[in-house]
Design a protein around this ligand. Structure first.
Ligand code: TYM
Length: 312
């Protein structure tokens, strides 16, 4: 029996190299050795996106990205969170088990409040929806970036709380954060993130990628443009880069062009594949994925509903 693996990405905007190297590529490299699930978590994105056509478009784009980077839908269940209502159902049950102070410590909520912004209740409960995503499928391994570590810890806690209250039902999943890709830096050297506006798009046009790469902040004190180097490391072995950077010491433009070339080499074939994927194909992948995911989620929820006392 293969172990169960699951991950998900929010359709909250165009995917970037941080999403790719931190989560998607690890998934692609591993998924055939596991019983794998890949979601687009549209209800999570609803905490920030209020425009229906944007959500619709982003969701289709993320599925298109999944197929373009090489996930074969016959070897993984690719699905949309909102197609499986058991996710929000189980999230509610977990919300009735964990406390408000516990959720107040979750990063996404805490950061928003620290910035003086008003968080919606969805953002507050966000970790319990993620716990439901993971636990519904008896997931053992969750490939994610470092920023999701706390969420997987919260997931284990939700499982634990449920098991204590109602008896053994959920096993503890483990995050898989691969070395060197846990925190992909953005163009300013801090974590690449949509909200920091420091991203390099995964499937931008050549011009968009070029603009982002040329915008990488280089500090003129060091010998080596570290922000360029640390992104470049994702594309080529460090041993090769050391020579390249030594030969072009101080010539930031040449080094950025070299990085751009390496990015293009990786992305061009995927971009071509992406362009050939039709909306019809996306719909059919999602239809099949929803059926498979619902069958699994429903079986688990039959057990959960009995245990909590809502099945009469
Ligand atoms: P999201 O949509 O913010 O990001 C998707 C994945 O990309 C990773 N990531 C990064 N990794 C390394 N360096 C970066 N700069 C970087 N930026 C993003 C994230 O760690 C993540 O793995 N809550 C999740 C989505 C989610 C989920 C799940 C994930 C919902 N349910 C169940 C796994 C399992 C999120 O907001 O990811």
């Amino acid at each position: 029996m293969k172990k169960r693996l699951l991950t998900g990405l929010q359709p909250s905007g165009a995917l970037h190299l941080g999403n790719y190297f931190g989560a998607l590529k690890p998934f692609v490299d591993l998924y055939q050795d596991y019983d794998s699930h890949l979601m687009v978590v549209d209800y999570h994105a609803l905490t920030t996106i209020k425009d229906p056509s944007t959500l619709r478009q982003n969701t289709k784009d993320v599925i298109r990205d999944y197929l373009a980077v090489g996930v074969d839908p016959s070897e993984a269940i690719i699905f949309k969170q909102s197609d499986v209502p058991e996710h929000t159902e189980l999230a509610w049950i977990f919300e009735c088990l964990v406390t408000v102070p516990f959720l107040e410590l979750a990063h996404a909520y805490k950061d928003k409040v620290a910035k003086g912004l008003e968080a919606n209740a969805g953002l507050f409960n966000y970790p319990m929806l993620m716990a439901a995503d993971i636990l519904l499928y008896d997931t053992e391994v969750v490939p994610v970036g470092q920023d999701q570590k706390q969420h997987v810890e919260y997931t284990r806690e939700a499982a634990n709380k449920f098991n204590i209250a109602y008896g053994d039902t959920f096993s503890a999943p483990k995050e898989m954060i691969l070395e060197g890709v846990g925190v992909i830096p953005g163009t300013d050297g801090t974590k690449m993130s949509k909200s920091y506006k420091n991203t390099i798009p995964l499937f931008g046009t050549k011009e968009e990628v070029q603009k982002a790469v040329m915008g990488i902040v280089t500090d003129s004190t060091g010998e080596r443009p570290e922000n360029v180097f640390s992104i470049h490391k994702l594309f080529r072995p460090e041993s090769e880069l050391v020579n390249l950077y030594e030969e072009n010491k101080g010539s930031y433009k040449t080094l950025k062009e070299a990085l751009l070339d390496d990015i293009e080499k990786l992305i061009t074939p995927m971009r071509e594949k992406r362009e050939s994927i039709t909306d019809e194909e996306i719909k059919s992948v999602l239809k099949e994925g929803a059926e498979k995911a619902r069958a699994r989620a429903n079986a688990k929820m039959v057990e959960v509903r009995k245990k909590i006392g809502v099945t009469l």
